[in-house]
Design a protein around this ligand. Structure first.
Ligand code: GLN
Length: 449
């Protein structure tokens, strides 16, 4: 049924880079056989899942929507994929993204433009726009994305679905192609909070192959989900509602606050004094880590190799391969990052950004002494038109203003649907919780649904 739905609508949406129908049907038939034989099947048995194309699946390509990795086939499964397979999930295909997860609209994909299913002329958000659009258009009930600065939550809000970024270290990054290693986390997309919780608890847990994976006990999220939180204290940050915020997004966010108030939650203002430096710090730290992570793609160690007449020097071959393999946004990030890390500038930019990051993390810690969760818009506007921001990187970067703090602080965040604008575009609101408090975050999110 889902493959039929993909066949019917993905010609317009372009969420998938590749649909792996044959292997999906095989996996589904294997589940049928196990069921018929009375064997025990996993919690996700037979459930179709789409995978962002920066997560390695054995025998599948993992292109990161880059010419650099166009012909790369993974020889192993990521930790999350091992877990999904063990739970009986059916992997349906690879979804589109901004090249190497850098972007907020999927327009930086080297291969195709994904369209927002609610309005095909608008962006699905990014970078995990393919996964968000696939769930929104009913092509799959669940998908995995990755979130470095908002790449799960922002497309979820643009596409009217639930998207969640776990605490840093909760989900193993083994097999996730690195963008900015200290910020990246894999997380779930789903049509509702309960499904997102089910997917997260199917993939999280300690993995010694990722040295940043944490060994903190995981409790069942699903079991507690239906218990509303008595006396829930919600923090709001006054600056979140000021300049740059679309009026309809403000209205929907205020309605969400009212809904919580009517359920007995108390609303309290909190201060995040350093939050205003979040975008600036992120756009030093993320490109710095990216420039280091992407140095391996030189056509010799990894990735696309330029054709050579045999007389090319090694440096020329690197230059030609990287010049052809990377798109403009990736090159911009590499240049920014290499500059910020270079001797003489390191202290002024990179080190300074790390210090600001620490202050931002402390802001959240202080705020969470007074409140359980912080509520804000997910994104300052509903889905923008394709082409509208693509030539203005700074405006595009400002789309991440509400989401970036969670990555810098390592805390969990979720975007849930808060209704639609008058013209019928979805609007999301974001909830953030202290590190490792996913159970509280999901319960609070479920109350609003
Ligand atoms: N939009 C942000 C960026 O371009 C976030 C991307 C992400 O979370 N992967 O870096």
């Amino acid at each position: 049924q889902h493959l039929g739905r993909i066949e019917a609508v993905d010609g317009n949406v372009n969420a998938f880079l590749e649909v792996c129908s044959d292997s999906a049907l095989q996996q589904a038939e294997e589940i049928d056989r196990q069921r018929a034989a009375g064997e025990k099947v996993g919690r996700l048995a037979g459930i179709p899942i789409a995978i962002k194309d920066n997560i390695c699946v054995e025998g599948w390509k993992a292109s990161c929507a880059s010419k650099m990795l166009e012909n790369f086939t993974s020889v192993y499964d990521s930790h999350v994929i091992e877990k999904l397979k063990a739970a009986g999930a059916v992997l349906v295909g690879r979804t589109n993204l901004d090249e190497f997860a850098m972007g907020s609209s999927c327009e930086n994909s080297a291969f195709q433009q994904t369209n927002n299913p609610w309005d095909l002329e608008r962006a699905p958000g990014g970078s995990s726009g393919g996964s968000a659009a696939a769930v929104a258009a009913g092509m799959v009930p669940l998908a995995l994305g990755s979130d470095t600065g908002g790449s799960i939550r922002q497309p979820a809000s643009f596409c009217g679905v639930v998207g969640m970024k776990p605490t840093y270290g909760r989900v193993s990054r083994y097999g996730l192609v690195a963008f900015a290693s200290s910020l990246d986390q894999i997380g779930p997309f789903a049509r509702n909070v309960a499904d997102a919780a089910l997917l997260l608890e199917s993939v999280w847990g300690h993995d010694r192959r990722d040295s940043t994976s944490v060994d903190v006990p995981t409790s069942s999220l699903s079991d507690q989900l239906e218990e509303p939180l008595k006396g829930l204290k919600i923090g709001i940050v006054p600056e979140h509602f000021s300049n740059g915020l679309d009026d309809e997004v403000r209205d929907k966010t205020e309605q969400a606050i009212e809904s919580y108030r009517s359920q007995g939650a108390t609303i309290q203002e909190v201060e995040l004094p350093y939050a205003k430096y979040g975008v600036a710090a992120y756009y030093i730290i993320a490109p710095s880590e990216a420039s280091s992570n992407l140095s391996r793609y030189d056509g010799i160690h990894y990735g696309h190799r330029a054709s050579s007449d045999g007389n090319m020097s090694l440096a020329d071959l690197y230059e030609a391969s990287r010049g052809e393999g990377f798109g403009p946004e990736v090159k911009r990030r590499i240049m920014l990052g290499a500059y910020a890390l270079s001797s003489g500038y390191y202290d002024a930019y990179y080190l300074k950004a790390l210090k600001v990051r620490r202050l931002i993390a402390e802001d959240y810690q202080k705020a969470f002494q007074d409140v359980d969760v912080i509520l804000s818009p997910t994104s300052p506007t509903p889905a923008f038109k394709l082409g509208e921001l693509v030539d203005d990187p700074l405006k595009m970067y400002l789309n991440d203003i509400y989401t970036i703090g969670a990555n810098l602080a390592g805390i969990p965040g979720i975007s849930i649907s808060a209704g639609q604008t008058a013209s019928g575009l979805p609007v999301g609101v974001q909830l953030l919780a202290p590190a490792f408090e996913e159970a509280k975050l999901f319960r609070a999110a479920r109350m609003y649904e």
